[in-house]
Design a protein. Structure first.
Length: 1072
């Protein structure tokens, strides 16, 4: 035995040596994999400490080892760019793999499924594309799978429902456009399921999802759900968060839903749910209920008064009726209260705000009566009061006087009376005070809150003079005091408000002369002083207000001449009627667009004949001292000259009519610019040799206009007996289109028309259409003609794209009413001598009128949706195929460089050209809501908004985020901390769900705005108060305006202090 012992020891040490050698070899192999990974990702700075050395890789902070084997690889937020290589699967012992928030691209490699020990896989917040590969159930130990916020598409594989240990599944914020499998209902251990914001095919919520007894979080918002909510949903006893918002769900809300004892958050907003809200409520742990924007009827459940933990109640935009249960006013945790746009009646619970720190109170657009609750701001936390369009009355509660955090008061169109509490005028944070259409009395205070941006107090009974002292008014942007009883003169101090964009003081009893010296009205856009008793002359300084677009001084006692400087203004509206003005009107306004701007001023005249004004005498008459004989000689000479002229005219007209039969005594001439040519100049140029183009609507001529260079004349023929109504509509729209003023829209100089034809005279474009530059070579080949072809380089093409986008942005967003062209194509993009793009041919355009107004139709502004039958039958299919081809090219990850024009495919521009190609693809998205608007497109082309570079997912973050994500993917934006985010960039957050703004979010951001000049270009141009005024809808637009000034570092502060916001608004902030 003693001889065998050394042999056993030798074998033991030999085996131990072999295992140690194997471990050491495997250890070295794992390090080699890590170093290879670093090289594959081109050595990112975040991994520069990954170097071969004596130090074990198990000491690297991103690596966790167990028994000397790598079991966890944590690479979140490392700014890694590139694909996931298949050789990563050589790390056989991995249980935790985390790539959260990088720039990972490409597809999910099937080789990952070889990591059979993997328990947690996180690829979220990247730019991963393609489908989830089949066979994912090979990861049998997987308990957590996070693939959210990528660009994954296709179907969710049924195999995902065969991972028995799965507890957490995040698939939200992708491009899934197929189906989600009912097999997910078999995941008996599942606790969290997020599939929010995907483009699934319309489908019902699988009934077997109700078998997920351990499920706590179910988020399937914005996922094309249809049908009814399963009645058995009450069996999901563990459910804590349920978000089925922004779908197409119909039917009633199941009563069992309000019996779930663990339920805390319930979001069903933006659906088509109907019926009554279940009246029996036993889910006593509810903290937030959002059933807004549905078709719910009936009354608010009395049992809501039992929800002592409820902090937010959103029932707005429904058809609820009856009274607000009184017990709701005594809920101790209530912060956000939004019931606007219903049919609620009765009084508001008097204890509202007494037992909780109420932050937002919004009951606008109902039929509520009585007073505002006395204790509304009892807790001192109130930030917004929105109660307009009701039948509320009485005096305002005194608690508003000491409401230091109050930001917005909107109580217009009620029956309030009495004086405004003195403390409300000067509330330190007050930025919006909208109290119009009531019966308030008293005088305007000398001082207001230094934060005040918007003051609307029209249609009340305020009296006294307008006095402004100190600098407390300095930030005011909108001041509307129309239709009150104000008297006295307009103070000089009012002209010192440099941020003022809108000033409406019409329908008062103001008198005296206007301030002669306008101190600082450079931002003023709208000025209305009509229907007062103002006198004196119109100040010349009015002509030097660069932003003024609307001016109304009518129904006053102004006298003297109109300052010629007024003619330099780019006014879209002017009214100087009913005064005592005299002299010639500015020549710039001697056209049809301003025909009614000078009525009832007997002393005014015009150089051109007008129905409304007399013609100015060019030569004053003098008393004659000529002898009778001399008069007779002159008279004889005049008669002879007249006879000769008549004979000459007769001969000329006959000859002219023989040459050109188009002349007609009934021609109407409407001009929109100062012109040096006449109708005759145009008629004489309509000859065959001047024809430069023709189409279905007529011919286009190049005509040499006297003193004006060349013009393009489009001749549109019509039947002799045309409909008089259509004729009037044609002329009406011509006048509107003639007032368009933009560098990227072809100028319509004038219109000449009669019963037979219409002549539209435009500025001439030397470089013709974009179509000729892009396709002249192909046309030459088709016609076998010799044609010189010169390729446009990429810089010029991008310049043209930007110009066209600027023109369309003006039409869509800056015209009132907006104009949609509806036939934008390369042949309708004209180019001047410097290749500046100008949009032409509004033959299919439509002006978007307000709901209920009659939409006009003509050959110029056209009809919405009109398309020629041939085009609808043929080219429409071709365009659709082209769009599908482009989408397929991207989804299949084919190189974009393969589709670029060989003539301009220079290496320095390929990336930029690829981005523009992607933008074009996203503009053809099937869902209009997923397409960028023209403001977004313009920002992208100008390089200010790279959000679309990685995919549509970033725009769909406009809706609610399913989980807090404090860091957005680097692929979304290349902004640095100090780059301001513009209003158009933030509009993508809030444009879909304006409800976020009315949950309280409309108030807090204003507090965080620094009083600096660091505004983005758009707001600097328009003025922040004017932006707010223009987009002044409930709450939502206030957050929009305030966000436009926020910088990234301020947004961090907003995140930290966002506990006061509504939960929905918090999530939108977190996603950014």
């Amino acid at each position: 035995m003693s001889g065998k012992k050394p042999i056993f020891l030798l074998i033991h040490f030999l085996i131990r040596f072999l295992f140690q050698h194997a471990d050491s070899k495997f250890h070295d192999q794992e390090q080699a994999v890590l170093l290879r990974l670093k090289q594959h990702w081109q050595n990112p700075l975040s991994l520069e400490h990954w170097t071969p050395s004596n130090t074990s890789h198990c000491t690297w902070p991103e690596v966790v080892c167990t028994n000397n084997y790598i079991t966890q690889l944590i690479l979140d937020n490392k700014n890694i760019s590139g694909t996931i290589p298949p050789f990563l699967s050589h790390l056989k012992n991995l249980t935790f793999l985390n790539f959260y928030n990088n720039n990972i691209v490409g597809k999910i490699p099937v080789a990952l499924y070889n990591l059979s020990k993997l328990e947690i896989l996180d690829l979220s917040q990247n730019c991963v594309v393609g489908t989830i590969p089949d066979g994912i159930d090979r990861l049998a130990r997987l308990s957590c799978l996070k693939l959210h916020a990528n660009n994954l598409s296709g179907d969710i594989p049924a195999a995902i429902g065969r991972i028995p240990e799965l507890r957490t599944l995040y698939l939200n914020d992708n491009l899934f456009n197929g189906t989600f499998p009912p097999e997910i209902g078999n995941l008996s251990k599942l606790e969290q399921l997020y599939m929010t914001r995907n483009g699934f095919l319309p489908s019902k919520l699988p009934s077997n999802f109700t078998q997920l007894k351990k499920l706590k979080m179910l988020w399937i918002a914005g996922a094309n759900l249809i049908g009814e909510i399963p009645q058995m949903i009450g069996e999901m006893v563990a459910l804590e968060h349920l978000d089925l918002s922004s779908n197409e769900l119909t039917g009633n809300i199941p009563g069992s839903l309000f019996m779930l004892m663990n339920l805390r958050l319930l979001y069903l907003y933006c659906n088509k749910l109907s019926g009554e809200i279940p009246q029996v409520v036993e889910a006593l742990n509810l903290t937030f209920v959002d059933l807004s924007m549905n078709n719910l009827t009936g009354t608010i459940p009395v049992d809501f008064g039992k929800l002592d933990k409820l902090s937010g109640l959103n029932l707005f935009v429904n058809q609820l009726s009856g009274e607000i249960p009184e017990r709701i006013g005594r809920l101790p945790a209530l912060k956000d209260f939004a019931l606007f746009s219903n049919n609620l009646s009765g009084s508001i619970p008097p204890d509202l705000g007494r037992y909780s720190a109420l932050e937002t109170f919004q009951v606008a657009s109902n039929r509520l009566t009585g007073n505002l609750p006395e204790y509304l701001c009892h807790g001192g936390s109130l930030r917004g009061v929105v109660a307009f369009d009701n039948k509320l009355g009485g005096e305002l509660p005194k608690s508003l006087e000491n409401c230091s955090r109050l930001l917005t008061v909107r109580i217009s169109n009620n029956a309030f009376f009495g004086n405004i509490p003195a403390g409300l005028w000067t509330a330190s944070n007050l930025q919006q005070l909208m109290i119009s259409d009531n019966s308030f009395t008293g005088e305007l205070p000398n001082e207001v809150s230094t934060s005040l941006l918007l003051l609307e107090m029209s249609n009340n009974r305020f009296s006294g003079s307008i006095t402004i002292e100190g600098d407390s008014w300095r930030n005011l942007g909108v001041f509307n005091a129309s239709n009150n009883l104000f008297t006295g003169a307009i103070p000089q101090e009012l002209t010192t408000l440099r941020n003022l964009t809108v000033l409406l003081l019409d329908k008062n009893q103001l008198n005296g002369a206007l301030p002669y010296d306008i101190m600082s009205w450079n931002s003023l856009n709208i000025l209305n002083l009509s229907q007062n008793q103002l006198s004196g002359q119109i100040p010349e300084k009015f002509g030097f207000l660069p932003g003024l677009v609307k001016l109304d001084l009518s129904d006053n006692q102004f006298s003297g001449k109109i300052p010629p400087q007024i003619g330099s203004l780019r006014l879209t509206f002017l009214n100087l009627s009913s005064n005592h003005l005299m002299g010639q009107i500015p020549t710039e306004y001697e056209n049809v667009a301003y025909a009614t701007s000078f009525l009832n001023n007997p002393g005014l005249c015009t150089r051109r004949s007008s129905v409304y004004l007399k013609v100015c005498n060019s030569r004053p008459q003098k008393p004659s001292k000529t002898s009778t004989q001399f008069l007779a000689l002159i008279l004889s000479s005049l008669i002879a000259a007249f006879l000769f002229a008549s004979l000459f005219a007769f001969i000329t007209i006959r000859v002219h009519r023989k040459i050109n039969h188009i002349l007609d005594p009934e021609w109407k001439f409407i001009h929109f610019h100062m012109l040096n040519f006449t109708e005759s100049d145009i008629f004489s140029g309509l000859k065959e040799r001047n024809l430069i183009g023709s189409g279905g609507s007529g011919q286009v001529y190049r005509v040499a206009a006297n003193g004006f260079g060349s013009v393009a004349v489009k001749r549109i023929s019509n039947h002799r007996n045309s409909d008089q109504k259509l004729e009037k509509e044609f002329l009406a729209e011509i006048e509107i289109l003639g007032t368009l003023r933009h560098l990227n829209i072809v100028k319509l100089l004038c219109c000449i028309s009669n019963d037979n034809s219409k002549l539209l005279v435009y500025e001439y474009m030397e470089n013709h259409s974009l179509d000729q530059w892009l396709h002249s070579e192909k046309k030459a080949k088709r016609s076998s003609a010799s044609m010189n072809h010169v390729a446009l380089d990429w810089s010029k093409r991008l310049q043209i794209a930007v110009g066209a986008a600027q023109g369309l942005c003006y039409l869509h967003h800056d015209c009132s009413p907006p104009i949609v062209h509806r036939d934008v194509k390369s042949s309708n993009i004209l180019l001047d001598s410097h290749f500046n793009a100008k949009i032409a041919d509004f033959g299919l355009a439509r002006m978007l009128v307000k709901q209920g107004e009659l939409a006009t139709v003509s050959a110029v502004a056209g009809s919405l949706g009109y398309m020629a039958p041939g085009k609808a039958a043929n080219h429409g299919d071709e365009d659709t195929c082209l769009a599908k081809w482009a989408w397929r090219h991207m989804q299949e990850e084919k190189p974009i460089v393969d589709v670029l024009d060989e003539e301009i495919k220079e290496p320095c521009c390929v990336d930029e050209m690829g981005d523009v190609f992607k933008l074009g693809v996203f503009c053809t998205s099937i869902l209009p809501s997923e397409r960028p608007n023209m403001k977004d497109i313009l920002q992208i082309l100008l390089g200010r908004n790279p959000r679309w570079v990685c995919g549509r997912k970033n725009m769909r973050h406009a809706e609610h985020a399913s989980t807090p994500q404090l860091n957005s993917s680097k692929c979304e934006s290349g902004w640095t901390v100090d780059n301001p985010w513009t209003r158009s960039e933030f509009s993508s957050i809030t444009r879909t769900h304006y409800k976020d703004g009315v949950l309280g979010a409309f108030s807090l951001p204003f507090q965080l705005i620094e009083k600096t000049e660091d505004l983005d270009q758009e707001v600097s141009h328009e003025g922040l108060p004017q932006v707010c005024y223009t987009y002044g809808q409930v709450g939502h637009d206030s957050i929009l305006c305030s966000f436009s000034k926020l910088l990234r570092n301020q947004l961090v502060k907003l995140m930290i202090e966002s506990t006061g916001l509504g939960l929905s608004a918090q999530r939108d902030i977190y996603i950014w």
